[in-house]
Design a protein around this ligand. Sequence first.
Ligand code: GRF
Length: 202
Amino acid sequence: MTKRIGVLLSGRGSNFEALAESVATGRIPNAEIAIVISNKPDARGLERAKARGIETRLIPSKGLEREAYDRQVAAVLHEYEVDLICLAGYMRLLSPYFVAEFPQRILNIHPSLLPSFPGLESQKQALDYGVKVAGCTVHFVDENLDAGPIIVQAVVPVQDTDDEHALSERILKEEHRIYTEAVKIILEGKFKIVGRRVIRTA
Ligand code: GRF
């Protein structure tokens, strides 16, 4: 059975593109991206999806209360019968309603080694703190910000010459790689969650 992925994004869409490429080339087997939803009309990710012939939906969030908005998004995801939801630069907090609607079926990519540097501008936070290694995390989404069980992480070195741009670029390459890896693990069902730990199974 082909698994159906829904992607939520707000901007550039490079993680979406990486997932779409992995689906197209079979690195994520037996899957399709059924729908891409953005809350921002000018999200480049929407154009990238259209260019690939993937269905898109713009659901503007301005002025809407969080749960009312999330109910609209959830309705579209149900309409497209998605099995997995991938947040890919989706700049909104999810309501408890939304999280409960799709238990253990929402993933997020975050540009830090969680639990370090949650929230915005993680790469800048890492540089300002002075860490020597940085990285990225794919995790399940729960009610808290950047906090659910971790599926895959990747480490990148911080160079003395790095500015925010250089470090972000190095991390982004790894984001694209591990998001594919995590989606594959979850769609194949080869894992179990024990406490906070996501354990791989054969
Ligand atoms: C990425 O750094 C991702 O980790 C964070 O937002 C950024 C989105 O980039 N959540 P893109 O839109 O996927 O290019």
